[in-house]
Design a protein around this ligand. Structure first.
Ligand SMILES: Nc1nc2c(ncn2[C@@H]2O[C@H](COP(=O)(O)OP(=O)(O)O)[C@@H](O)[C@H]2O)c(=O)[nH]1
Ligand SMILES: [Mg+2]
Length: 265
């Protein structure tokens, strides 16, 4: 097969990939986020949302786009991933927000790098290449402060501790110590800390990728989430972080592959 130009690739990669998008009321941005993900570049590509009981058209849009919908009624960004990581059916997992901020067009290249360089985990740093308007001054400052604190407490040298785009092998969770415990936004910094700690700097790397302005309104509570992230870093550092819910989905979470979503009845 021939190399196409730019961000797309040539040969079909001999791997299976699940792209997980956590969603909570993302009807404005979901369709464009899904459409931006390249197709037909790996053996099997599963695209799914883990939806936190959206009250808008998010789940309907996902079904219209023919992607998988897993409904996780328990609240939280981290909770969505602690479920998605288990229900994802493929070997390599890619994560992104469903708000058009992350460079979906780079997914094949990032997966290729994971394989070619025999890596276990890639996190995408947004701070170096952030586009105008993608991060407000206060968020930029908060991000820097949190990343600085994370570096100080853990010394793992991650530039962007809050990035939500990761590319990794699902098998990293075979080691139970690699499973993040936080059900909220702090899961983002936690997974990077765990990756550096348990996989090491050679296997868990950070790459700078573009970051764009959000489509649709964020539910993030700047001060509240910032403070929770900050507290989490200290709790984690001193072994005082608690797991409130179990790893994996509830047995009766609706999933479009079982045909039992409210929208499918
Ligand atoms: N399932 C689920 N998804 C969530 C929840 N909170 C946020 N999200 C999603 O997680 C992603 C990150 O949230 P976002 O508001 O973009 O946070 P920010 O990028 O840190 O400003 C988005 O795709 C949200 O729709 C939640 O409680 N449950
Ligand atoms: Mg976002």
């Amino acid at each position: 097969m021939r190399m196409r130009i730019g961000t797309t690739m040539t040969d079909v990669l001999p791997v299976t990939v699940t792209v997980i998008l956590p969603t909570r009321n993302e009807e404005e941005a979901l369709a464009d986020t899904v459409d931006a993900i390249p197709r037909d570049w790996c053996e099997n590509l599963e695209i799914m949302i883990v939806d936190g009981s959206s009250t808008d058209r998010t789940r309907e849009i996902a079904l219209e786009k023919n992607i998988r919908v897993h409904l996780e009624p328990r609240k939280g960004y981290g909770r969505a991933y602690r479920t998605g990581f288990v229900v994802a059916k493929n070997d390599i997992i890619v994560t992104m927000d469903a708000d058009c901020t992350y460079p979906a067009e780079l997914v094949p290249k990032l997966v290729k790098k994971l394989i070619d360089d025999d890596l276990d985990f890639i996190t995408c740093d947004r701070l170096t290449l952030a586009e105008e308007g993608s991060m407000s001054g206060i968020h930029g400052f908060g991000n820097w402060g949190l990343s600085f604190t994370a570096r100080l407490l853990f010394g793992y040298g991650i530039k962007d501790s809050q990035s939500g785009m990761w590319v990794f092998r699902k098998s990293i969770f075979d080691n139970e110590n690699m499973r993040p415990t936080n059900d909220g936004m702090p899961l983002s910094e936690e997974i990077k800390i765990l990756a550096r700690k348990h996989l090491g700097k050679q296997k868990a790397i950070e790459i700078s990728t573009p970051y764009r302005p959000r489509v649709g309104e964020a539910e993030i509570h700047t001060w509240g989430d910032g403070w929770k992230n900050f507290k989490f870093l200290y709790a984690k550092r001193f072994g005082m972080n608690k797991t409130l819910t179990d790893w994996g989905p509830l047995p009766d979470n609706p999933d479009s592959i079982n045909g039992d979503l409210p929208e499918q009845k």
